[in-house]
Design a protein around this ligand. Structure first.
Ligand code: CMC
Length: 425
């Protein structure tokens, strides 16, 4: 591989350094292009733009590979627990037994939110979307837990991971009008969340290990996905040296959109709509192909994966197994399978390399677990927290870090004189 690329612009040659990653990914470094030539690059949707150099996650979209810090997602989903994956992503290596014990203990002992924060929940309408509550509450954590010295960085990371699950469960309790349930120190990360979601003071609640295992896998699969929309948002906001909570809250808002993390909610709404409409799958596949119809098959397609999404492969199997173990018979799973089968054979989807993504089957598992549809994106956010934190920290620790500030090609009016109100037509 040459270590420089050549650009000819207006007859002038520019040599651009070529950067090769550890998996032989090639990037042309244009950092000096504007200062040397006056030109910028234009890349709508950033599909060809590397915004940073990162050690955290590797994806090969053609081969369907996803690795966190080098470890294949399939191995992590099968063998690891979520706190250990969070540690791996944030601190770079798998924890030793002692490190994991201490990290788990920190995650447990920081689970309660400040009592005053509970009052914030009173101000939200009971119909508020839990993503609105989550983002607002995460931002407000910065007023309780400011970063004053270096040790606060670790403490705030732990607080964020520990307390966000409490906030998420409280958002659900608020929506259904039940009292908040405090976390229990004897429970694991996933069990504690389920306990806060589903316990009621009137009767004892035992966490079903099937639910705990299912949640563990889902959170691991969501934990990072390199420079996606929400992570890039976290990095964008973090690049201004905004605090951890503000940066993560921005990521939560970005995740909310239906083209990103909000797709899991949309998938279930779509499958329910198809079911209520008599189950005519072809009609909806045709609608998705019709460019004059705004409808898309949610849970299909991905900017990076062009063959299969390895997370969807794991979740397809997990959905069947979790429903089976829980004894749940969900007709939406059958509709999802049939829809997948039809779409995968359809020329439109084949030509465009559109395959089920992580969100296609995750909602079916969440539904079987008793998690309501509007909480699905919150679940995605809980899983994605360690990834966002890892990227925020990587940026923070980079001595060469600069504020992110893209350029544009301006296509508006050229200079013109202001016209006073009484002279306008
Ligand atoms: N249904 C129908 N057509 C689609 C779909 C779909 N789900 N996804 C893409 N296409 C078509 C699109 O219309 C375009 O067609 P044409 O070339 O004729 O104009 C072509 O496929 C390329 O699509 P694109 O929108 O240019 O691709 P993108 O890389 O900009 O968007 C995407 C990727 C995920 C936003 C898109 O596939 C989509 O909207 N999918 C549905 C929403 C969804 O499931 N999102 C969750 C993504 S996975 C979780 C995460 O990491 O966020």
């Amino acid at each position: 591989m040459d270590d420089t690329a050549k650009l000819i612009l207006n007859g002038q040659e520019y040599l651009l350094p070529v950067i090769v990653g550890s998996e032989n990914e090639v990037g042309v470094d244009i950092s000096r292009l504007r200062s040397d030539s006056g030109a910028i690059t234009l890349d709508s949707g950033y599909a060809n733009t590397g915004a940073c150099i990162s050690d955290i996650t590797f994806i090969d979209g053609e081969k369907g590979i996803l690795r966190y810090r080098g470890y294949p997602i399939e191995q992590l989903a099968e063998k690891a627990r979520f706190p250990e994956v969070a540690y791996l992503l944030i601190f770079g290596e798998l924890p030793t037994a002692t490190q994991l014990d201490s990290f788990r203990q920190d995650l447990t002992y920081h689970s309660m939110i400040h009592e005053d924060m509970k009052k914030f929940f009173e101000g939200f309408r009971h119909t508020a979307h839990p993503m609105a509550i989550l983002s607002a509450m995460v931002t407000s954590m910065s007023s309780y837990y400011p970063e004053i010295d270096e040790e606060d960085e670790y403490r705030n990371i732990v607080r964020l991971l520990a307390k966000t699950k409490t906030i998420a469960a409280y958002a659900y309790k608020k929506a259904i009008g039940q009292p908040f349930v405090y976390p229990k120190n004897s429970l694991s990360y996933c069990s504690n969340f389920l306990h806060m979601m589903f316990s009621v003071p009137a009767e004892p609640y035992e966490v079903d290990p099937v639910l705990e295992d299912a949640l563990n896998v889902l959170l691991i699969l969501h934990a990072d996905h390199e420079q996606n929309c929400s992570t890039s948002t976290v990095r964008m906001v973090g690049s201004s040296q905004a605090n951890l909570y503000a940066s993560i809250a921005a990521g939560i808002c970005a995740l909310w959109g239906p083209l990103h993390g909000g797709a899991n909610q949309k998938v279930i709404e779509m499958l329910t709509m198809i079911q209520d409409d008599g189950g005519d799958l072809k009609k909806y596949v045709d609608k998705a192909k019709d460019k004059d119809d705004g409808f898309r098959l949610f849970g299909f397609g991905h900017r990076v994966y062009k063959n299969f999404d390895p997370r969807a492969t794991i979740l397809r199997k997990a959905a069947a197994s979790v429903l089976d173990r829980l004894g749940v018979d969900d007709p939406l799973l059958d509709i999802a399978r049939q829809l997948e089968e039809i779409a995968l054979k359809d020329e439109y989807f084949v030509q465009r390399n559109l395959y089920p993504n992580v969100d296609f089957y995750s909602g079916i598992i969440y539904r079987a677990m008793g998690i309501p549809t509007d909480m699905f994106t919150v679940m995605f956010a809980l899983g994605r927290l360690p990834g966002w934190v890892a990227h925020w920290k990587e940026l923070r620790d980079d001595p060469k870090g600069r504020i992110n500030r893209p350029r544009q090609i301006y296509t508006g009016s050229t200079e013109r004189n202001f016209v006073p109100l009484d002279q306008r037509g």
